[in-house]
Ligand binder design. Structure first.
Ligand code: MG
Length: 390
């Protein structure tokens, strides 16, 4: 009788999940830790645990009904912040795996990077920042950090998700010196001019690759962008011509997809190649070396120029399109009307957002509004301002 060895799953705690990583990768075992110390996880790495906590969070589920360019009710096929975050994670993982970096960490950072976004994308954030100007302002990166550090209510032992330092560092992409000074070791790099991990740098650039490409797709789908306009873009022309050369009869949506997938692929491969070149030049031997080097995750010069052209094209033709501006304007008015109504009379707020301290009250209003989905904000607006709405 032949005997087969069945792996003992109870040994998984002793498996070295990260032995394949490069010396400059972030490692779970050497994490700077969590704010509230916890026992090591039994069957996964610390960064995997962070990823899992993010996926199970309430803020993550809300991303389904939050948008960047198009408002949630405008159509079922446009990207939401949820599908955007999944696309960012996919791109970031591809890059990280090729460079032997920590995929669990890039995935955690990518999935969490937009958790603090207000409803209605940038228009919502600007409006809320205006309302909060006299009370410390509103910044979506800091809000994402507030979500994972304080606002999620899931665990008995602590507020927030109690994520590792490296994950929190990746979430906090930008930070003003004033805010950095209040954040202790997390804010230090903004004051000292140091870099975050390569994993955080990758998640940041993967964000751009994702939205530049999906905004072209959504822009065409919505009819706000036309194929004729895109002819002015070198990156688009190059890949559309290659797609037509490979499939001469291709047209319509399929040609658009075939072109965009080639654009995304080119940007990812370029990101890997150019970053590998930078790593060879600077030869970091540890995460500490990465922190002291200039930013190492980057596109090559030629592709960086094409990506910049693409970004400018979208800004001019999509983000400033009059139909987008109308919605953005309406969104801004919804956000500031909500804020002002709550600020004038805190009794309109759900009880958990009411405090006796007038200094703290504006921040709680901002937390309440930032947590709203697009459709919840519209509903709340009707509840407050439309007479026959309960
Ligand atoms: Mg994003």
């Amino acid at each position: 009788m032949s005997s087969t060895t069945v792996p003992d799953m109870r040994q998984s705690a002793s498996i070295d999940w990260e032995s394949h990583l490069a010396p400059y990768a972030a490692s779970s075992a050497q994490s700077r830790g969590r704010r509230h110390p916890e026992p090591a996880p039994a069957a996964r790495t610390e960064f995997q645990r962070d990823r899992d906590r993010i996926i199970h969070s309430t803020a993550f589920r809300r991303l389904e009904y939050k948008t960047q360019v198009f408002v949630n009710h405008e159509g079922d096929l446009f990207r939401t912040r949820l599908t955007h975050s999944l696309e960012v994670a996919q791109i970031a993982r591809s890059v990280a795996r090729n460079l032997r970096l920590n995929e669990d960490l890039v995935e955690a950072v990518s999935l969490a990077h937009d958790l603090g976004h207000t409803p209605f994308g940038h228009a919502g954030q600007e409006a809320l920042h205006d309302c909060m100007r006299a009370h410390g302002g509103f910044e979506h990166n800091l809000q994402s950090l507030a979500v994972v550090d304080q606002l999620e209510e899931h665990y008995g032992a602590f507020d927030g998700l109690n994520l590792c330092f490296e994950t929190r560092e990746g979430i906090l992409k930008h930070c003003s010196p004033e805010n950095a000074r209040q954040l202790g070791d997390l804010g230090e790099r903004f004051l000292l001019g140091k870099q975050p991990s390569l994993e955080a740098q990758i998640a940041n650039l993967a964000d751009e690759v994702a939205y530049n490409n999906h905004d072209i797709d959504d822009g065409l789908r919505s009819g706000l962008l036309t194929l004729e306009q895109l002819d002015s873009l070198s990156l688009w022309r190059l890949h559309r011509d290659a797609a037509v050369a490979a499939f001469p009869s291709l047209a319509g949506r399929r040609l658009i997809h075939e072109t965009i997938r080639r654009m995304i692929n080119t940007l990812i491969v370029d990101l890997i190649d150019a970053t590998a070149t930078n790593l060879e030049r600077y030869r970091p031997m540890s995460l500490e070396d990465v922190r002291n080097a200039p930013p190492l995750v980057a596109h090559g010069e030629a592709v960086a120029a094409q990506a910049l052209e693409l970004k400018r094209f979208l800004f001019k033709n999509l983000y400033r399109h009059y139909r987008v501006m109308r919605m953005a304007n309406k969104a801004g008015r919804i956000i500031s009307s909500l804020f002002n109504a709550f600020a004038e009379d805190k009794r309109l707020l759900p009880p958990q957002y009411q405090v006796d301290d007038p200094q703290r009250q504006p921040r709680l209003i901002a937390h309440y509004i930032a947590g709203m989905t697009d459709r919840y904000a519209m509903k709340e607006y009707r509840r407050l301002f439309v007479v026959d709405e309960a």
